[in-house]
Design a protein around this ligand. Sequence first.
Ligand SMILES: [Zn+2]
Ligand SMILES: [Zn+2]
Length: 138
Amino acid sequence: MGHAYLYRCEHCGFEKSFNEGHGFLIHSQPVKDYLKKRTKLFHYKTRNLIKKLAEKNSNLFLKAGFQIYKCPKCNLLYDKIEAVVYDDGKVIHRTRFRCNRCKTRLKLTNIHRLKRTICPQCHNKTFRIDNSSKKLWD
Ligand SMILES: [Zn+2]
Ligand SMILES: [Zn+2]
């Protein structure tokens, strides 16, 4: 189960929703099962990396879900599907993302505390969360 959070810019009216959580296709599973599927959850580079890890160890576990990230430099928000690979409960790989604009490594953000951030369209700090339109998805 996941949540969709809507942000709206008070200045230019730009709207975007961000997903967080685990849905129907995106959940924890053994890496072996994931590799058998044809669904493309991740970037091909991430998939290839997971494949390589699985060649060395066949008992890996994969957890994937939407996470909300923020660029520490330009404060833009992103929702990305993070893949975490576990070997016996230990994290051996975690996807990292970079900002499209400045290439800085994105940081996970707590959307509940982030009431206001930079609008991707007009770049004013008037991009606000709309709590009335929180939605559930699966
Ligand atoms: Zn705006
Ligand atoms: Zn940036």
